[in-house]
Design a protein around this ligand. Sequence first.
Ligand code: ZN
Ligand code: ZN
Ligand code: ZN
Length: 316
Amino acid sequence: MSRGDPEFAKSSTLPCVIDGIEVAVRPAPVVASLHEAASRAGFEILARLDDCARLLIRCRRCGGVSVKRRSVVRDHRPECHHCIRARRAHAAAEIGATLLGADPQHRHYGIFRLACGHLVRRQYLRVERAADGGHAAGCGECREARYADVAAQFGWSLTGPAETGRVGYRSYRHECGRTQDVSVGNMSNGDVDCARCGETWTSKPSQIYLFRIDLACGRILKLGYSSNPRRRLRQQLGIARDVPTRILRTVQVSTGHQAVCVEKSAHAEMRRHHPDLIVPKSAYGNAINTRTEIYRADAEAVLCAILDRIERDLAS
Ligand SMILES: [Zn+2]
Ligand SMILES: [Zn+2]
Ligand SMILES: [Zn+2]
């Protein structure tokens, strides 16, 4: 029997490799309704496989060939996995990552190389959402390394996940040897009390700050203290991202305890001598996450004079 023999089409199959898997293709006709169903989904049917339950189809969009069950082509909307992979690879590139391949453990996950070089296993959906939202890919390994760096500045070393498993906490070891769970946020400020040696933030350096904030309701000033004024201004006051802000002044204070005392006396002086310069909560509402310590823009000279005096007193 030769290929030209009409019996060949019915009885013989042709080997064919699709996606690394060898399949046998039967060059026999496919019913018109199947062709129409495939066409509606954006495919063309190339051939039947010899088990008759599967079809060899080609995506009209990308030209990729794949094997699909006949029932899927007939009753469902088949998807082209070449197009899906291209879409995922594109999303990965958008967030600065490279899709290396599928995770053999879970079909919803892929293996990606991040811009920093670390390999991660990540859900495709999350990668595509991040790309849609214009986010960069966060790297857990790099993030933990950053946490360790910050902690080291305050004499703590990051030892791993929180023993209690609490979200936003890690386990840290103090220079004295004591290990305890601390929130990442507090550690980034050095606001942490060691339960063994008693070293606390109140005994650590702090700063008195004067901020200028251009809220929608007008320009205001805020006087306060923090071990990290920049973080306080941009992350802890709940100010909208697009609000212009500026640190006008900071005064170094040797301990957190001293900072509290000095700041309180400054507010007391403003209440006593310049109540007209205090902005009530009702004027700014929730635009800034504080109840007091807010002054009018024209209080700047008075507040700077108070800060000058504080600085002189601390130096003497
Ligand atoms: Zn395709
Ligand atoms: Zn990394
Ligand atoms: Zn300690």
